[in-house]
Design a protein around this ligand. Sequence first.
Ligand code: GKR
Ligand code: MG
Length: 418
Amino acid sequence: MKIRDVVLTPVAFADPPLLNVMGVHEPYALRSVVQLVCEDGVVGLGESYGDEAFLSEVRKVVPGLAGHDVFDLPGLKRLVARTLAGTVVTDEHGLIGGFSIRKTIASVYSLFEVACLDAQGHALGRPVVDLLGGKARDEVDFSAYLFYKYGAHIGADEDSWGEVVTPEALVGAAKRMVDEYGFRSIKLKGGVFEPSQEIAGICALAEAFPGYPLRIDPNGAWTPETGVRVAGELDGVLEYLEDPTPGIEGMARVAERASMPLATNMCVVNLGDIEPAFRARAIGVLLSDHHFWGGMRDTQALSITCESFGVGLSMHSNSHLGISLAAMVHVAAATPHLTYACDTHWPWKTADVIAPGALEFHGGAVTVPERPGLGIELDADALAVAHENYVRCGLMKRDDVTYMRKYRPEFEPNTARW
Ligand code: GKR
Ligand code: MG
């Protein structure tokens, strides 16, 4: 089934002022939506990053796709690799690890792979999970993903979550998220305040949600020594400690003395990182992410690698829309060795580009859609609105640092600063 046309639409959607080590989320998050229109009218959907640096690589591949068979995924990978030979996308937000040619190719390929699998599913009348080998689970568990946050964007009214900078407010936000979505585990984005303040936040969550698995992720904000100290103070409280410090070597130093496993989406971000990280015993959990790990099938291969080395698998997320959530659900469902609830930014958005109803949270989990392909439908009007947002907001890249300086002019992002 050949591709006839490719429609690539950059979109933007409203995002609250969520805090992290690099600064604060801007008023809009950027994504890209691809529609692969095939010969017989079948359309395959994909979603990924929307920064200009990524889009310009994607645009290089688009002209070569006409006439490509959506069932030829190895050929697609060769086409992407050939077209992008030598280019490296460097994102400026600094929250998903290093850059490489391999990661760039894997990310661009992934956008089109998802769309090809969606198209295959529509052509065959089968859900993508079946094309990936079938369901290992009927529903996929997600974790509540809490952020410290400001109450309002610059010049705007307070949003419905309000300001979250204290343990009490954190517990309030967690209660709302758990009530609305039924999540049964909780992740806190850290790296924002002094570690002792964030430890207090986790302890407040542990008290308010007894028995809930908890995680904290400061995106490498701490020195290895601080990582060891936090691990000690949260002994018996955390299910895993995510990216306490930058780099494989630093992570290994913390891992050696921490009682809980360390997890990462920053120091192991492509196949080349696996051998040194596993050899150093730097991590006990890898956060997969089909968007940069080379798509859904390579994510499954990654899971087998992790299983072989006794490393757990979870799933990373960035601000995303429904096409990405659908892909995350299908690949998670088709991956037997997935040992933790996945991350999602889903509760933080208020609009989407897909028709509502296909992906609902019950008990913190999403049931795997049974309809063909990804099981979702693009809402053309909503896509047009999201594209207008993109044009109007004028953002071309994610830059939490510069935006943070509007709140705090002296702000300097600095990983391993505490
Ligand atoms: O949305 O600010 C954020 C997160 O910090 C995100 O950018 C990270 O990539 O969620 C991610 C993580 O687990 O590191
Ligand atoms: Mg992380």
